[in-house]
Ligand binder design. Structure first.
Ligand SMILES: CC(C)(COP(=O)(O)OP(=O)(O)OC[C@H]1O[C@@H](n2cnc3c(N)ncnc32)[C@H](O)[C@@H]1OP(=O)(O)O)[C@@H](O)C(=O)NCCC(=O)NCCS
Length: 165
């Protein structure tokens, strides 16, 4: 199945999918969350998530916190069988659509050794803005940021300037 005809849906994370998220987290992270940790995380104020499903099967998810001026991604993963088919991109676009003039940034912390994730977020126009030395014990962490671009609307008549009399 190609990336264009995969019948996937991106929707808000539903409670009944939490066990599936915990299972997928085990496949995708070296330090997976238990179901209890996941539920505790999602009970935090302003913490929510989105998921990608094909039929009833969960193939990707993210968990993020909403702050006054930004979203902070806490978890972001795609099932190994479905990688490099733009599933992660679709998940990101779902979050990016929530951005506004006031809440205009998305932040993610990526371990310095995790080149794959750095390249993924870079492909989505995230840029490293800070290095947190020893952010993960002995490992440094790159703080990467995506900023909503504000389109400049130029009136059509802008090119037709007439000199002041
Ligand atoms: C990172 C991750 C979410 C990417 O998901 P994905 O669905 O494969 O990403 P996409 O297919 O949308 O990739 C979009 C672009 O990002 C870049 N990219 C993605 N994965 C990449 C990789 N492993 N190596 C290099 N570039 C990569 C490519 O430019 C890609 O476009 P292309 O396939 O046309 O070349 C997935 O690999 C994953 O779940 N990893 C394990 C969990 C993890 O590390 N999460 C991030 C924690 S900070």
């Amino acid at each position: 199945m190609t990336r264009d005809d995969m019948p996937l849906r991106v929707v808000w994370l539903e409670c009944r999918y939490r066990p599936a998220v915990a299972e997928l987290d085990k496949l995708c992270y070296a330090n997976p969350l238990t179901l209890l940790e996941l539920q505790t995380m999602l009970r935090r104020p302003h913490c929510t998530g989105a998921m990608v499903v094909v039929g009833d099967r969960l193939i990707g998810y993210n968990i993020f916190e909403s702050h006054k001026d930004r979203y902070t991604i806490l978890r972001f993963a795609v099932h190994p069988e479905f990688r490099r088919q733009a599933v992660g991109t679709r998940l990101f676009q779902y979050l990016a659509k929530q951005l506004s003039t006031r809440k205009s940034r998305i932040i993610v912390e990526v371990p310095e050794t995790d080149l794959h994730s750095q390249l993924f977020f870079r492909a989505l126009q995230f840029r490293a803005i800070h290095i947190e030395r020893g952010g993960l014990g002995t490992e440094d962490v790159y703080i990467m940021q995506y900023r909503k671009t504000i389109a400049l609307i130029v009136p059509q008549s802008a090119g037709e300037l007439t000199p002041h009399q």
